[in-house]
Design a protein around this ligand. Structure first.
Ligand code: FAD
Length: 329
């Protein structure tokens, strides 16, 4: 039976209708909050067909899944999704609502908060319940300090960086309730002229466990081919600082930093990147930072866990070849 005042995770679904990796991570984080506060862990799935998503969310720990489904919801539409989730929130009456800080989540979060007349903390890297209130920790001052925001009202909303939680091992024997929510979808105010599939990497930057990024010191687009090889060996994605993006060497979707993507991989390899504050504020939540730079005074060495002083043209092939030996590719 769905309880009021639960912890509600908004699950983003893939085009095929499965919950994204970040949704399952968020559910893992929500499970900790629910356990520490004695609240129920819930999820919301809005999509074309939500049956399999609901089963996965229950297997991953949700005690109740609120679904809104129909062909109109197959792709993200701000008006339709906000209206659907507003209705879900009305039905579920959650105390906290967790949204992934993805491209969709960054759009959805503020809209939903406005619709619910609720407070929102964006870009949280960790969450806890303090005296029944949601406390969200987030980087401030370009990533140089952390601040804790405690929400007063209910529900309290937070968008949370991918990688902040650990997904639970799915267990098909877990049971939970699926609550279908009927919503009268408003007429869409937006119509999408064309949809273009984002080109490029097999692994999305926001979800990558390993990111190899290149900077201006690569000198051109060719250098990125070598980064791609290293990233491939490590099962990761290729990012960039802003200058290579401005110069057209690498797609803007792959820019890391304050005006690009905020990432939190297990390993971030910065190649020929100096370490500006704008870049660092996008990577401060990485578990391990490795820097390769020819300038021993480069600021990136001050924030990295491992550093190699040298020309990338020499370091990268040696590194790739050693990793190839180890992984046997
Ligand atoms: C409002 C605003 C927003 C911004 N947003 C972002 C953002 O989101 N992301 C971002 O990245 N930047 C952003 N910037 C730009 C930022 O200020 C820096 O200019 C940028 O991060 C520098 O990129 P870089 O480190 O690649 O280049 P540089 O600072 O030029 O550093 C290049 C590095 O390469 C090294 N190098 C050169 N040749 C070699 C070699 N052969 N082998 C090894 N190392 C070599 C050099 O020693 C140097 O350290 C923003 C700026 C502004 C004003």
């Amino acid at each position: 039976m769905a309880e009021k005042e639960g912890i509600l995770v908004i699950a983003e679904l893939s085009p095929a209708g499965a919950p994204d990796t970040v949704a399952l991570e968020l559910l893992g984080l929500g499970a900790r909050l629910a356990a520490s506060s004695g609240k129920q862990l819930q999820a919301a799935a809005v999509g074309g067909d939500t049956a399999s998503a609901a089963a996965t969310l229950i297997a991953s720990g949700a005690a109740a899944v609120f679904t809104v489904e129909g062909s109109a919801y197959a792709a993200y539409d701000p008006d339709l999704h906000v209206t659907a989730l507003e209705k879900v929130a009305e039905e579920a009456g959650p105390s906290a609502v967790l949204i992934a800080n993805t491209t969709v989540g960054q759009d959805l979060g503020p809209r939903l908060a406005f619709a619910l007349k609720a407070g929102l903390t964006t870009d949280a890297v960790s969450l806890e319940m303090k005296g029944g209130a949601l406390a969200s920790t987030k980087p401030i001052c370009g990533g140089n300090a952390m601040a804790v925001f405690v929400s007063k009202g209910k529900p309290a909303l937070a968008t949370v960086r991918p990688g902040a939680g650990d997904a639970a091992e799915p267990d098909a024997s877990r049971t939970g309730e699926t609550v279908k929510v009927d919503v009268e979808a408003p007429s869409p105010r937006l119509s999408f002229g064309d949809k273009v599939l984002e080109e490029g990497e097999d692994v999305r930057l926001e979800e990558a466990r390993v990111i190899v990024s290149g900077g201006r010191g690569l000198g051109g687009a060719e250098g990125f081919e070598q980064l791609r090889e290293l990233a491939h060996l490590l099962g990761g994605a290729v990012g960039a600082s802003r200058p290579p993006v401005d110069a057209g060497w690498w797609p803007s979707t792959q820019q890391v930093g304050i005006t690009g993507k905020i990432v939190s991989p297990e390993v971030y390899v910065a190649v020929a990147i100096s370490g500006s504050s704008q870049h660092l504020s996008g990577i401060s939540d990485s578990r391990v930072i490795v820097a390769i730079n020819k300038d021993p005074e480069a600021y990136i060495f001050k924030v990295s866990d491992y550093g190699v002083v040298g020309e990338w043209q020499q370091v990268l092939p040696a590194l790739s070849s050693r990793i190839r030996e180890i992984v046997g590719d």
